[in-house]
Design a protein around this ligand. Structure first.
Ligand code: IPE
Ligand code: IPE
Ligand code: MG
Length: 259
């Protein structure tokens, strides 16, 4: 299927390969308008559609959306049921757009906790889009970083017991291999809408060196203009991973300057 050409905006600096978003603020968006919280969730679905399509067209390699946390099961059951129904409807309605934009869907989280119908629709959509070669869209569902690490340790411990893993050789790369989706590189930029200054158990391992961007805009108001604003901010960041950038070194301590 031919898809629209990639049009990466020139924002004067680096562009993130992997973008992760905590889509927060749906409830507040609705309450401010005198609407029930679930109306915020349905408005949020429109942002998911817009942002997914925009990212695919801009050539983002991977987009990870935090859609439902392990802790979100604590919410009233009516809200949880609405969220699960919105997820199914979204997947049904968006299949065509995903295919048209060459998007591959993958889900991360404790997926067995999802209602069977939602899980079936997810698996079907993953299969349908598996051979697309455009952007990878990862939906974090019933996701929690601590559960992810616990699940990784369980799997690694089983491999030790079965003689497949030498416990003395475990390093960071070994642990990464046991995480939910080890092939996808770490996020470069992590956006949180809704203004809260926390990670809420999202990608704690993978976001170690992600650039953080928090906006007060609620998720239903986060559209292409707001995305570009975040990307522009990222383009100006200086990532040094604990080291120093070339223009930051002290001349006296550089090899040439040392006496
Ligand atoms: C994010 O919006 C959606 C989910 C967590 C599923 P919220 O529902 O958390 O909205 P606020 O934070 O209460 O406004
Ligand atoms: C984080 O939002 C989870 C998702 C966006 C799916 P929450 O609304 O659940 O986070 P807290 O409870 O404010 O930390
Ligand atoms: Mg919230």
């Amino acid at each position: 299927m031919s898809r629209p050409p990639i049009q990466r905006p020139d924002l004067g600096g680096p562009f993130p390969e992997h973008l992760a978003i905590v889509m927060d603020g749906n409830g507040r968006w609705a309450r401010r308008r005198g609407l029930p919280r679930v109306k915020g969730h349905s408005a949020g679905v429109d942002s998911v559609r817009t942002i997914t399509t925009s990212c695919a067209r801009m050539g983002v390699a991977s987009l990870t959306l935090y859609a439902f946390s392990v802790e979100n099961w604590r919410r009233p059951s009516a809200e949880v049921q609405t969220l699960m129904r919105l997820l199914r409807v979204f997947l049904w309605r968006e299949r065509r757009t995903l295919m048209e934009n060459g998007v591959r869907l993958r889900c991360i989280g404790r997926l067995d906790d999802l209602p069977p119908r939602a899980l079936r629709t997810l698996r079907e959509t993953e299969e349908l889009t598996a051979n697309n070669d455009g952007m990878l869209l990862r939906l974090a569902l019933s996701y929690g970083s601590r559960s992810e690490v616990a699940d990784a340790l369980t799997a690694a411990a089983r491999d030790v017991r079965a003689g497949r893993l030498d416990p003395d050789s475990v390093d960071e790369e070994t642990l990464r291999r046991y995480l939910y989706d080890p092939e996808t590189p770490d996020p470069d930029l992590l956006i949180r809408t809704g203004g809260e200054l926390r990670l809420s158990n999202f990608l704690l391992w993978q976001a170690s060196y992600a650039e953080l961007y928090v906006t007060d805009q609620c998720w239903p108001d986060f559209r292409e203009e707001q995305l570009l604003e975040a990307l522009r901010d990222y383009a100006g960041r200086r990532r040094r991973y604990g080291g120093l950038l070339p223009d930051e070194t002290d001349p006296a301590t550089s090899p040439q300057g040392a006496s």
